[in-house]
Design a protein. Structure first.
Length: 211
């Protein structure tokens, strides 16, 4: 989101709304420093999101459901909201889907997309590694999800909830007409809402009947 949540009229915008990003990482030392700052922010933000959300899942499984599914959903929604408000003035993608969508809308250079995705993957891997060191992550406490129905059902579900999330992000955080000071709340609540129903469709326990 690159600070566009608190954008002003003086910032250049494209016809689709998002703030125009530089076409490359820049050649001057200042531009390189800014680019590195954004990539480090992507690592840190993704780390905090994955660590917090997945920790809730692991602890819930280790403690036989003390956090509950609703508690896990709230945890994901809260950490997303916190990170957006904390880091959006530097960089605030934290998800390859956001980075790619931003590039498709021509508000972000395609040359930067691989670097951002690598930074996000690095943050996720470091968070997962930290959890394995701190908690007893047994196969039973695995914090990933396994489709309960068919692969096709899972793909359709992921497409729908990803569309909803991208729709909210780019409708609240990038559109100059939006009251984008509330973007963090809207995005966090969208994550919470999606997790409430889609999370149950991606567990080890049956939710959808087999086709």
């Amino acid at each position: 989101m690159e600070g566009s949540i608190r954008s002003t009229k003086s910032q250049p915008v494209t016809s689709t709304g998002p703030t125009v990003e530089p076409t490359c990482l820049g050649s001057s030392s200042t531009e390189v420093a800014v680019a590195l700052q954004k990539l480090i922010t992507e690592v840190i933000g993704t780390y905090m999101i994955v660590f917090t959300g997945c920790a809730a899942i692991v602890v819930n499984k280790i403690t036989a459901g003390s956090i509950t599914h609703a508690g896990i959903c709230v945890t994901w929604g809260l950490i997303i909201m916190i990170i957006v408000y904390t880091l959006e003035h530097i960089s605030c993608h934290f998800n390859p889907a956001v980075t790619i969508t931003y590039a498709l809308l021509r508000g972000f250079s395609w040359k930067q997309v691989p670097l951002y995705i690598v930074a996000q993957l690095l943050g996720s891997i470091l968070a997962s590694w930290t959890l394995t060191l701190l908690l007893d992550v047994t196969p039973e406490a695995y914090f990933g999800t396994v489709p309960s129905g068919s692969d096709a059902q899972s793909v359709v579900m992921e497409f729908i909830i990803s569309f909803i999330l991208m729709f909210v992000i780019f409708g609240t955080a990038f559109d100059e007409r939006a009251h984008n000071q509330f973007a963090g709340i809207a995005i966090g609540m969208t994550i919470l809402m999606n997790a409430l129903f889609a999370g149950l469709a991606s567990t080890l326990h049956p939710f959808f009947p087999p086709p």
